[in-house]
Design a protein. Structure first.
Length: 257
C-alpha cells in the first residue's frame, strides 16, 4: 500500500455503498456442492493461481474457483487466510507459492486476483514473468494502492496502529508511507512484460475501489456491471473470466530478443 495523500479519497454513491452489503450475500453460493479438483498436467486449460482481496482470504474465491474447475481449469489457493499483512511480506509469500504451483503444474500459470489481490499479482507478474501465463484482475486498484473510500483507509490506518502494538504481521506504517510503500509502488508502476496478457475487469458501480484506478495503461480494460465485493461470485464475470483464460496456453514464454 502507499501514501493516501497522492490519490483523492473515493466517494461512491449511497446506492453503490448499499449494494456492496448485498454483494457479500452472493458468497452464500460458496456453500453449494463442491467440484472435483482438476489435474493440471492432464488438462488443456491453463492452471490458475487465485489471490483474494483486502480483509478476505482464499475462502472468498471459492465460488469463482468452482466455476473455473467446471471449465476445466486446475485452481490453486494463495495460502492467504486474511489479506491484511505487510505488502512486501505478502509478495514474498506469493512468489514462493507461485514457484510451488508452477512446479506442480509443470508450466506457467495464470494469476487471478481480486481487489488488493490483483494489485499484488501485478507486482508478482513483473517480478516473475517467466512463471506467469497471464493476469486477470478483478476491481483492483492498480494505479494507486489506496484508491478507496475514507472508511477503508481508516481501517488500514487502524491495522497499522495495531501493528505497532502487538501484531507485527499486520500492514504497517512502512507499508503506507515508508520504504515498503516506495518499493512496492515502484514495482506496481514498472513496465509490463512484453507479450504477457493482462486484463483488468472493473465496474463503475464499485462501492469500494475507485474504478478509475483499475485502468492500468498496460492492461486491456473490460467493464462489467457488478459490485466490488460480489465480483468473484458474479455469473457474468465468471463466464467472462473463463473465456479470457481459454486464450492462454500456459506454455513457457520466450525470452525477449
Amino acid at each position: 500500500m502507499a501514501d493516501d495523500r497522492t490519490w483523492e479519497p473515493y466517494s461512491p454513491s449511497v446506492a453503490s455503498r448499499g449494494r456492496e452489503v448485498l454483494g457479500w450475500l452472493a458468497y452464500l453460493q460458496a456453500l453449494g456442492p463442491q467440484v472435483a479438483a482438476v489435474d493440471p498436467r492432464r488438462s488443456d486449460e491453463v492452471p490458475v493461481l487465485m489471490v483474494p482481496g483486502f480483509l478476505a482470504g482464499d475462502w472468498s474465491l471459492v465460488p469463482l474457483a468452482r466455476h473455473l474447475r467446471r471449465s476445466g481449469h486446475a485452481t490453486f489457493t494463495s495460502g492467504i487466510v486474511l489479506n491484511c499483512g505487510c505488502t512486501e511480506m505478502l509478495l514474498e509469500l506469493l512468489e514462493r507459492r507461485l514457484e510451488q504451483v508452477v512446479q506442480e503444474a509443470g508450466r506457467p500459470v495464470a494469476l487471478v486476483g481480486q481487489s488488493r489481490g490483483g494489485t499484488l499479482c501485478r507486482m508478482l507478474a513483473v517480478r516473475r514473468p517467466d512463471q506467469v501465463a497471464g493476469l486477470v484482475t478483478l476491481a483492483s486498484p492498480l494505479l494507486h494502492q489506496l484508491a478507496t473510500t475514507p472508511e477503508i483507509i481508516t481501517q488500514v490506518n487502524l491495522l497499522a496502529r495495531l501493528n505497532l502494538g502487538a501484531w507485527p504481521w499486520l500492514v504497517s506504517t512502512d507499508c503506507l508511507s515508508g520504504g515498503c510503500a516506495d518499493r512496492t509502488s515502484a514495482l506496481l508502476e514498472s513496465a509490463w512484460p512484453d507479450g504477457l496478457p493482462f486484463v483488468s475487469l472493473y465496474s463503475r458501480q464499485d462501492g469500494v475501489v475507485d474504478w478509475r484506478a483499475c485502468l492500468d495503461p498496460a492492461a486491456e480494460h473490460v467493464e462489467v456491471r457488478s459490485t466490488h465485493n460480489g465480483m468473484g461470485a458474479d455469473r457474468t464475470v465468471q463466464r467472462l473470466l473463463s473465456s479470457r483464460l481459454k486464450t492462454l496456453t500456459g506454455q513457457p514464454r520466450q525470452p525477449a530478443q
